[in-house]
Design a protein around this ligand. Structure first.
Ligand SMILES: NC(=O)C1=CN([C@@H]2O[C@H](COP(=O)(O)OP(=O)(O)OC[C@H]3O[C@@H](n4cnc5c(N)ncnc54)[C@H](OP(=O)(O)O)[C@@H]3O)[C@@H](O)[C@H]2O)[C@@H](O)CC1
Ligand SMILES: Nc1ncnc2c1ncn2[C@@H]1O[C@H](COP(=O)(O)OP(=O)(O)O)[C@@H](O)[C@H]1O
Ligand SMILES: [K+]
Length: 546
């Protein structure tokens, strides 16, 4: 999906049976749910191909036909024959090109005006040759690479040059074709992957890569789709089910995952009928400084709306009346200092503490953070769950010696800039993921790297990409809402740390999506997200068991 692409907020998605799921903004497309929503490497995807063929007694050409049929159905749903003056299918020499030739045949049979451009190569895959031989005679075919592409205005280009078999950057004829497509700003639909893009690993910054408007992929999303640096190449992405081996996917080793509706559904236990407020925990928020009490208030309201049993908020003196007036459900402890936090209250009543929104970076507030880390680690039994955000992270970045004191399972929610302050400047998005994985492992914490596909790193080194949220949430205060939400879920002792963070990040994005249905993306403000936390959590709550 491209960061620029229109969001799609469809409440119906979560009402689908759990076996079907959908990705983020494209609930029109769904695929079979595998137990853990894994993202496989290109090498594993090749093995998956073989496993599917042998398990289901298929020929590889039959699997290719499934892929081509799925792609063609997708295209037909989007554009009718009368809406496109021409579909130019560009086919490379491997199975991606084979898919393209099968797609050209199917589209031609459906009545689309199809033309095929073949990229010459020293050798071709067997399934490519099969589909080349079965291309109907009525489809005009010509070579591409040496001569300029002739692109019809408003025509569609199907990019089937290279997919997961790409082994090196594109050069010569292939690079020339990509340059022409990109220069012409052609409307390109990529088959499986935009040609020239590696599925799961870094490549030189100047690699020729097709800038697709849409990418229609098969079975599972590729890691490359989740990285902001690829938004201009991948465009709006979709994954189509082609019945790949569920058994192979279930057994495959993976450290990359994605959280979609099916993965998040049921993560929140229903409230027991005889519950009392103690059942859901007492949370403490340490937030706000003069001029930024709003951040504390947003976190407060989000924490309340997430269902915390009791909430106490510690704000500087200037925030006391604001908090008491705007959030009567919360208790308020005013700090002795009027402008910023200078003292840590007694932690014994609390099941979780959130710190950071609007905090400021005063030395006294750093002292509060330091004391919090020490006391949270030294509580009897399990360490006190912490959620650290915003200026709490910036203070950690300035005093990295404090990182060694993070209690295990602490949750950190940096945006990329804050994460950089905790580690180092990342060369690219892949390097940032490496830093993220290493940081979460070393400090035995959960880190939510916030963005379009927020990435949750676990102490075990897993990376989970979240599939909810929209660009309307790129507005001040959205992160404060997440802090409040996560603090409430960490105070709920019924949830593991992982479930609380995975659920919280998903629900935050889902609340933003529901809010955007009402307000539109530009009109969305952080308070709107808070109003939809309840409806988002209702969707995700497990059935009550007696
Ligand atoms: N698994 C699945 O789920 C399914 C997969 N399917 C489809 O198969 C696709 C993968 O097909 P694939 O393995 O044949 O690889 P593909 O991308 O066509 O390229 C390989 C060819 O390109 C060549 N080549 C490589 N790099 C190059 C370069 N830079 N410049 C020039 N040449 C280069 C390479 O040559 P070599 O590296 O050996 O020199 C070889 O000839 C996958 O993306 C999907 O579309 C579906 O049909 C069914 C379900
Ligand atoms: N384009 C986007 N798509 C999805 N979610 C987004 C997008 N932009 C921002 N968000 C979400 O909004 C929140 C912004 O947090 P943050 O940058 O800390 O904002 P602030 O500090 O202003 O509260 C994060 O949870 C992030 O994942
Ligand atoms: K392609």
């Amino acid at each position: 999906m491209g960061l620029h692409c229109p969001a799609f907020y469809d409440e119906a998605v979560i009402r689908r049976p759990p076996v079907l799921c959908t990705l983020k903004k494209y609930p029109t497309l769904f695929f079979i749910l595998f137990p853990a929503m894994k993202i496989l490497t290109a090498a594993q995807i090749r093995q998956l191909d073989y496993a599917t063929v042998s398990e289901q007694g298929l020929s590889s050409v039959e699997l290719m036909e499934r892929a081509a049929t799925a792609f063609t159905k997708w295209l037909r749903r989007r554009w009718s024959t009368s809406q496109v003056p021409e579909v130019l299918v560009l086919a490379g020499p491997g199975n991606n090109g084979g898919d393209g030739l099968a797609i050209a045949r199917l589209l031609y049979q459906d009545g689309y005006p199809v033309r095929v451009g073949l990229l010459p190569a020293a050798s071709y895959s067997a399934d490519y040759l099969h589909n080349r031989a079965h291309l109907p005679k009525g489809v005009p075919v010509h070579e591409i690479g040496a001569t300029p592409l002739e692109l019809k205005p408003n025509g569609l280009v199907v990019d089937a040059l290279f997919g997961t078999g790409l082994s090196r950057p594109l050069a010569e004829e292939a690079a020339a074709v990509v340059a022409q497509l990109n220069e012409a700003r052609a409307r390109v639909v990529a088959v499986d992957l935009p040609s020239g893009l590696l599925a799961d690993s870094p490549q030189p910054a100047d690699s020729p890569i097709v800038q697709a408007s849409y990418t229609v992929s098969f079975g599972l999303p590729k890691l490359a789709f989740f990285l902001p640096q690829h938004a201009a190449f991948v465009g709006e992405w979709h994954v189509e089910d082609i019945g790949l081996s569920a058994a192979f996917i279930a057994d495959a080793e993976a450290s990359w995952f994605f959280t979609d509706a099916s993965a998040a559904q049921g993560l929140l236990p229903a409230r027991p009928p005889y519950a009392h407020k103690g059942t859901f925990g007492h949370a403490l928020l340490l937030a706000g400084s003069r001029g930024k009490i709003g951040a504390a208030l947003l976190a407060t309201q989000a924490c309340l709306r997430t269902g915390v049993g009791l909430l106490t908020v510690r704000v500087p003196g200037c925030g006391y009346e604001i908090l008491q007036t705007a959030a009567p459900e919360a208790m308020c402890l005013a700090d002795a200092h009027p402008d910023y936090l200078s003292e840590l209250p007694d932690l014994s009543p609390y099941q979780a503490v959130g710190m950071g929104p609007g905090l400021g970076q005063q030395p006294a507030s750093r002292g509060v953070l330091q004391q919090l880390l020490e006391e949270a680690a030294n509580t009897s039994g399990q360490p006190l769950p912490l959620v650290l955000d915003a200026d709490a992270l910036n203070l950690l970045g300035q005093h990295r010696e404090l990182l060694a004191q993070l209690p295990p399972d602490t949750v950190l929610t940096p945006h990329p800039k804050e994460f950089e302050r905790l580690t180092e400047r990342a060369r690219d998005d892949y390097h940032r993921l490496e830093l993220l994985q290493a940081f979460a492992r070393e400090h035995r914490c959960y880190v939510v790297l916030k963005g379009a596909y927020s990435c949750l790193a676990t102490p075990q080194g897993e990376l989970h990409f979240n599939c909810t949220g929209n660009p309307g949430m790129a507005t001040g205060g959205s992160g404060d809402v997440l802090t409040g939400l996560l603090t409430a879920l960490r105070a709920d002792v019924r949830l593991t740390a992982f479930a609380a963070v995975q659920l919280g990040v998903y629900a935050h994005g889902r609340a933003g999506d529901l809010a955007a249905q009402e307000s539109g993306e530009p009109g969305l403000i952080a308070s709107d997200i808070i109003r939809y936390i309840g409806p988002a959590l209702r969707e995700l709550t497990a059935a009550r068991e007696f």
